[in-house]
Design a binder for this molecule. Structure first.
Ligand code: PTT
Ligand code: SF4
Length: 622
């Protein structure tokens, strides 16, 4: 097998054993790598209904055929498990030296099973696996943990770690790597913590097998330079991801005050120009010539990387417009190892619930000092932090008083920083994202607001969401590789099948990837259905408050506008038609069989009703 190492490293944390297993070429060609591998393995190996924080859950670190080789932006790793936040398959895409080191150690997949009796970290050095006590690291933040392990194993060792949030099983704890990287929004850090696993360290010395190593090297060197030059010319990484903040504000798509507003006159204080001027360092992933991570300092001098999602959710969404205060919250999330998006979304829900009289407390929008106190409490699960550490949906269900309506989440995962109260296509993208409301599945907002009718429900939007889910699931999450050269610089998509072919000796076209993307998306949704057998189309709705005329903006370019339920439902039906899913949003047997998922359709049918075929849109009666 060329391109893939063909090896799985399976580590049992309970028994302290490990073994090397092989996967077949058929498996590799059907699922590519990254998300594809992780999804199929978790589908096969996890019994439906298991406790995500129990020892029976598995933590996967997964690569693919061009991960870690010197190709543009190929330093990404997938971390995956069943999520404690959403109760379904979850993954995150994280830049890390582990991408290169694990491949050089001879593996594409690492599966961590069971649970250590005491805090530990695992060290993988080629074929050797050792278990080390981590009591001295337990209770430390991710910055210190990274430093201790780097001092011991070197700057280029592959290191993944968790902070106190993961240790305390905050349901939106992330895994961290290097100075600035964070991945696994739906609680992959909590799964790692539940296994008493503080860190994973990998060092490898082998050659990564390639079908055409000469061509790979020549193409890689040339393309890395070309992407770097394109970036310099376009100046994209001068402001990086936060360039989008002022655009969102202008377009009335910014989350302000828990999405009750979509614009704010003070938003400029946190825009790309301000964050770029405050830059004290630049971070990036391995194998990248774009290096988009802008690091700034807070008042105490703590340095952390800010990206648009972090700024949007910890800034305007909480009505905090002081750059240094926002930077403090960001630093705390990074050090505790906690997702900035869900932290911001849960805190804003809490301020809203107090405002609406649903919860008792003294936290208010705009109170940065109180937000910092609460952030610490969440990470340590102290006092009200214990409630908030379960995320906005679970917290709202405990608090009651209709506060679930303004928990800004889908399938339990808080929305990334785009206010969709009058952006139906992006609302559909969040609603149908099978891992919960993450923009990485389909970011159609720029297409929608630049090239399509604002507020319209045209079928083109459903098609666009499907197209993006196809491309992202198969190419970017499964090779896996960073999508920014394509999104931000217009680097041609056709490069990726070419890289894949050079690595594996295959002869794939873009269409082969798109079809695999459909297979992955059908199994992703089937995973959700298997875990939630009574699922229905309302699980693919955006937050209910978007349909409520009472929260329409009072002024500005979308004054009085909001989403309309009957039209959204029709758009959702178009989406299901394109996908070949029934009116509940469950993939039909016919669709699954056509994608090579016959066995999986049988398995799904044991717990959830699976329709044979779709009902044409006119007969749905929605
Ligand atoms: C990603 C999500 C994002 S997406 C952001 S900012 W973004 C937030 N970053 C966080 C952070 O930082 N610290 C923290 N404690 N929590 C954070 N939560 C949020 O997590 C990231 C970049 C970015 S920056 C984006 S868009 C792109 N995402 C990619 C993706 O998803 N797939 C892909 N193939 N390529 C991508 N390239 C870009 O990578 P999750 P990273 Mg992350 C500090 O993991 O779970 O998917 O959540 O990976 O290495 O840090 O790079 O405006
Ligand atoms: Fe990492 Fe940014 Fe480079 Fe992508 S563009 S590989 S996120 S540094």
């Amino acid at each position: 097998m060329k391109g893939w190492t063909g090896n799985i490293l399976r580590i049992d944390l309970t028994k302290k054993t490990h073994r090397k297993e092989q996967f077949t070429e058929e498996f590799a060609r059907k699922w590519i790598g990254g998300r594809g591998f992780a999804l199929k393995l978790l589908w096969d190996e996890l019994k439906p209904g298991i406790d995500p924080l129990g020892p029976e859950n598995k933590l996967l670190v997964v690569l693919g055929p061009i991960a870690g080789v010197p190709m543009p932006n190929s330093g990404k790793t997938i971390v995956a498990a069943k999520s404690p936040l959403t109760g379904t398959y979850a993954d995150g895409n994280i830049g890390s030296h582990i991408t290169i080191q694990l491949r050089k150690a001879g593996y594409d997949i690492m599966i961590l099973e069971g649970r250590s009796a005491k805090p530990e970290y695992v060290l993988v050095e080629d074929d050797k696996v050792t278990f080390h006590p981590a009591e001295d690291l337990w209770g430390k933040g991710t910055f210190d943990t990274q430093k201790v392990l780097e001092d011991k194993y070197g700057r280029t060792a592959g290191i993944l770690s968790i902070g106190q949030a993961g240790e305390n099983k905050v349901l939106f704890a992330v895994v961290r790597s290097m100075e600035g990287r964070a991945g696994g929004r739906p609680g992959i850090g909590a799964v790692m913590g539940s296994k008493n696993l503080k860190a994973i360290v990998v060092k490898g010395t082998k050659e990564i097998p390639m079908a055409d190593p000469k061509e790979m090297k020549a193409r890689g060197v040339g393309d890395l330079k070309k992407v770097g030059d394109m970036d310099k010319k376009s100046k994209w990484s001068v402001q990086g991801t936060n360039a989008v903040l002022s655009w969102c504000n202008e377009m009335a798509a910014l989350p302000v005050r828990n999405h009750r507003l979509s614009q704010h006159p003070e938003a400029w204080k946190l825009d790309g120009q301000r964050t770029s001027s405050a830059r004290v360092a630049t971070y990036g992933c391995p194998n990248c010539t774009m290096r988009c991570g802008i690091a700034i300092k807070d008042k105490e001098g703590h340095e952390s990387e800010i990206d648009y999602e972090n700024v949007g959710m910890l800034g305007p969404n909480l009505e905090i417009f002081d750059l240094k205060q926002m930077a403090s919250l960001n630093y705390m999330c990074d050090d505790f190892g906690m997702d900035t998006i869900s932290t911001g979304g849960t805190l804003s829900w809490y301020a809203d619930a107090i405002d609406q009289g649903a919860a008792v407390g003294d936290f208010k929008f705009g109170d940065a000092e109180a937000a910092k106190v609460l952030t610490r409490k969440i990470a340590l699960r102290e006092g009200v932090g214990d409630l908030l550490a379960d995320g906005s949906l679970k917290a709202s269900r405990k608090v009651g008083h209709h506060s679930e309506a303004y928990a800004i989440q889908c399938k339990g995962l808080e929305l990334s920083a785009y206010n969709c109260k009058y952006v139906p296509g992006q609302a559909l993208a969040f609603g149908t994202s099978a891992i919960g409301a993450h923009h990485k599945e389909a970011w159609i907002i720029t297409y929608e607001l630049k090239f399509s009718e604002r507020g319209g429900y045209g079928r083109d939007k459903a098609q666009k969401v499907v197209d993006l889910q196809r491309i992202r699931s198969s190419i970017f999450e499964s090779l896996p590789i960073c999508r920014f050269p394509w999104i931000e610089l217009g680097w041609d998509l056709k490069n990726y099948p070419e890289y894949y072919n050079i690595a594996t000796g295959a002869n794939w076209t873009l269409d082969d990837f798109l079809r695999t993307g459909d297979r992955i998306y059908a199994l992703l949704k089937a995973f959700w259905c298997r875990e939630h057998p009574d699922t229905d189309r309302t699980q693919d709705y955006p937050p209910r408050v978007y349909f409520d005329p009472r929260i329409a903006d009072k002024e500005g370019i979308i004054a009085g506008k909001h989403l309309e339920l009957d039209k959204y439902d029709e758009l959702l039906s178009h989406y299901y038609d394109i996908r070949g899913w029934d009116k509940r949003g469950v993939p039909t047997r016919k669709t699954m069989v056509s994608l090579g998922l016959e066995k999986e359709a049988d398995q799904l049918a044991k717990v959830c009703k699976v329709s044979e075929d779709c009902v044409p849109i006119g007969n749905r009666g929605v």
